[in-house]
Design a protein around this ligand. Structure first.
Ligand SMILES: [Zn+2]
Length: 318
């Protein structure tokens, strides 16, 4: 059986073809449209499915099902409340639209949940029945596997790890509320803090590094280089990021008694093992269980995790 998985992001649409052995045998990447309505995005998703199937030297006839991981809240194949994809704020049936165009059964799932499924079945969380995946990048997402199953909550909104409140009345979060994990640990929020620092007469080399690397905004690699070069302001931001993630992870473990937590996303990938190890150390004092047994491990599947997870979930349709 071959299935296709699509990972729809705010910048790119990554697509994989999986064979019977869960091996990636085809791959494609296209840019996410930056304007227009949801039909334009669905057209690019469809084109990307064709690209990946071509890359695998297969025909669409050999594909049994398609999975799509998308930002936003997913309910029965519909998606809404995704602010960074054009036309994805208003709820519509993404599964029906893609299914009409590719003539296959289509499963739609939240993108971070798809990433969690991939890490659970073939990545760093293999063998665990109760795990949380935390993806720290532009924002901070979370995906839950409980009793070996994806957990989406009563209305499809579970796993919003980044919007757990860790400081009442704290820093403003990109979601508009205050004191969320993401207000301290999301790259977007950290970038805004650096802009405020410059505006108030402070110093940081963050934006110099960004320009030197030819990036339009401070990427995870830009933060990593500024940290390596000893920028004090960025070091403080990373300290706050680590403590926010540590408090959020420890609270989640206390609530759910997880076997392990998988840490991924652009920031975690670029900052690497020292970042993971510092979060693990910082979460220990907050853990209720003694001695603490929970493990924090780095994600194993990188950028393709979301697409692989969507492809794996679509098998249940085939
Ligand atoms: Zn928030």
């Amino acid at each position: 059986m071959h299935t296709v998985g699509v990972d729809l992001g705010g910048t790119n649409i990554g697509t994989v073809v999986l064979d019977d052995d869960d091996e990636v045998v085809g791959y494609a990447k296209r840019k996410t449209p930056i304007g227009g309505d949801h039909h334009g995005v669905v057209d690019v998703i469809t084109a990307s499915v064709h690209d990946a199937v071509d890359d695998a030297d297969l025909s669409l006839k050999k594909i049994d099902a398609v999975g799509v991981g998308t930002p936003g809240v997913v309910v029965d194949g519909t998606v809404g409340d995704a602010s960074n994809v054009p036309g994805f704020q208003e709820r519509f049936s993404l599964a029906d639209l893609v299914s009409d165009l590719v003539d296959k059964p289509v499963r739609v799932v939240n993108d971070v949940t798809a990433g969690a499924v991939a890490e659970h079945r073939s990545g760093a969380g293999r063998g665990w029945q109760h795990l949380l995946c935390v993806f720290a990048g532009t924002g901070v997402g979370g995906g839950l596997i409980l009793d070996g199953q994806i957990f989406e909550g009563a209305h499809g909104g579970a796993g919003e790890f980044g919007h757990q409140v860790i400081r009442q009345g704290g820093a403003v979060c990109p979601c508009g509320r205050r004191g969320c994990v993401e207000a301290y640990a999301g790259r977007q929020a950290m970038t805004l803090a650096a802009e405020r620092e410059i505006a108030s007469g402070g110093t940081t080399i963050l934006f110099d590094v960004m320009e030197k690397k030819g990036k339009p905004r401070p990427t995870s690699g830009v933060f990593s280089e500024a940290l390596d070069r000893g920028d004090v302001f960025v070091a403080d931001l990373i300290d706050d990021c680590i403590s926010a993630l540590a408090v959020g992870i420890a609270s989640s473990v206390n609530l759910l008694d997880l076997e392990g937590v998988v840490l991924g996303g652009g920031l975690a990938d670029k900052l690497g093992e020292p970042f993971r190890a510092r979060i693990e150390a910082a979460m220990q004092p907050h853990l209720f269980f003694s001695p603490p047994k929970v493990k924090l491990v780095s994600a194993a599947l990188g950028d393709n995790g979301g697409a692989i997870g969507a492809a794996l979930l679509s098998r249940e349709l085939a």
